[in-house]
Ligand binder design. Structure first.
Ligand code: LLP
Length: 416
């Protein structure tokens, strides 16, 4: 459930008319709902109850510091994949001791910064990375807490671009080699083994792949215990899907109770790294219709947002709902391809959508709070959108719209 709804014939974000935000800040603009972020985060907290756990929001899904701050105040930890994300967490008041550092290509300077602020754990993805981390920690005369990210070879049954736990993916260490790698890690002087980590993919809509992966991790916990290596936590990654259209993914409490049941009496701490399931339906992207263009074969609605603002439809053929901000009844609906102004045929936000619209109307693209703004770019020298957070009946600009001057500021002509 989210807090975007129609009231008196227009779309509201919590208690604020979306059109009011558009009038003040223009379009395209991302709008997030604090109440929805809170609700989704607390669903995880409540689902885990008293079992020791840490919910680390995946910063890659939505990195705005106001979003991170809202979650930090609720007690969230964070899953980061770069030192840039770490700096965002710190700027947002996040607790570094609740940060897990994922990613296949951590650089020495990133390890150094993460060690200096005392992150909870590094999720190590290769032997080479393990050795690099040992070298950095030793140089700093400190100890790095680690999990090995194992690749359990489970098919998450999702889009191939966002499945990560198959043998052919670049992520993690083959689970069949994990015991040997843990044994190697246990001999390193500046490495302390804490957990096992896996993340099998994103937008999963059923439980069996998660549970298959968990079973494989639990077998590994036992195999390691036999070798005298004790595991304190399991990090099960992110991946829980959201309803974009008709999907019916399990709710966090169904997911968590299935996991807790599988754990039996084990006291392993559980870490989760949800991104999409917290942020996606806590955000919309609003855009204005610039032109309607009927052609012999199709109607196009050309809008002021484009693939540089929201890449998911172009990149994954992702479907996101597009709704009018003020539904009108004075013209018949047509079937439109809703497209941006970018010079690419893949620049669409939605295809074959029945909409009753006129130029200058506002549209809202739903489920845009995760992997929306963070994947935006300056392609075609377009300014990146503004971001706004609604909080009950207040709304706040949390990132101002970029300007062309800002875009040009880092560039330089050749001398003479
Ligand atoms: N942990 C790790 C190690 C990850 O790689 C990811 C996502 C997450 C957690 C968070 O997963 P989530 O709960 O959000 O599914 N851009 C794509 C999604 C890429 C996901 C990458 N990794 C999209 O727009 O669908």
């Amino acid at each position: 459930m989210d807090h975007f709804h129609y009231q008196d014939g227009e779309l509201f974000a919590e208690n604020v008319p979306v059109a009011k935000i558009a009038a003040q800040f223009g379009t395209p603009t991302y709008i997030y709902s604090r109440a929805t972020l809170t609700r989704h985060f607390q669903a995880y907290q409540q689902a885990l109850g008293k079992h020791p756990h840490l919910i680390c929001f995946a910063v890659k899904a939505n990195a705005n510091i106001a979003v991170l701050n809202v979650l930090a105040k609720l007690g969230a930890g964070f899953d980061i994949v770069s030192v840039g994300e770490l700096e965002r967490v710190l700027a947002a008041g996040g607790d570094p001791k609740k940060v897990v550092f994922s990613g296949v290509g951590k650089q020495p300077h990133e390890m150094r910064r993460a060690l200096s602020v005392g992150v909870h754990c590094f999720n190590v993805e290769s032997i080479a990375e393990l050795e690099q981390l040992q070298a950095v920690a030793s140089d700093m005369d400190t100890v790095a807490n680690i999990s090995i990210r194992v690749n359990p070879d489970v098919d998450p049954q999702t889009h191939p671009y966002i499945s990560t736990g198959l043998k052919e993916n670049k992520f993690g260490i083959d689970i069949n080699e994990a015991v040997a790698v843990y044994a190697q890690a246990s001999r390193l002087s500046h490495i302390s083994i804490k957990g096992i980590d896996c993340h099998i993919g994103s937008q999963l809509t059923s439980l069996p792949p998660f549970l298959d992966a968990l079973d494989r991790l639990l077998a590994l916990v036992d195999a390691l215990e036999d070798k005298g290596i004790t595991i304190q936590h399991l990090d099960l990654g992110g991946g829980l899907g959201v309803p974009y259209q008709n999907e019916q993914p399990p709710a966090p409490d169904t997911y968590a109770s299935a996991i807790l049941k599988r754990l039996g009496g084990r006291s392993l701490e559980l870490i989760f790294e949800p991104g999409r399931s917290i942020a996606a339906n806590a955000g919309i992207l609003i855009t204005r219709v610039d032109y309607l263009k009927p052609t012999a074969t199709k109607h196009f609605a050309i809008v002021d947002a484009a693939m540089n603002d929201l890449l998911r439809p172009a990149l994954y053929q992702a479907w996101q709902e597009i709704i009018p901000v003020t539904p009108r009844h004075d013209c018949p609906p047509h079937t439109y391809d809703v497209v941006g102004a970018i010079c690419e045929t893949s620049d669409f936000l939605g295809k074959d959508r029945a909409l009753a619209i006129q130029p200058q109307d506002l549209l809202a693209i739903r489920s845009a709070g995760a992997y929306g703004f963070v994947m935006s770019s300056n392609y075609n020298t377009r300014n990146r959108a503004a971001e706004v957070m609604v909080d009950v009946d207040q709304f706040h600009l949390i990132r101002k719209r970029e300007t062309i001057t800002e875009q040009l500021a880092n560039e330089q002509l050749l001398p003479e």
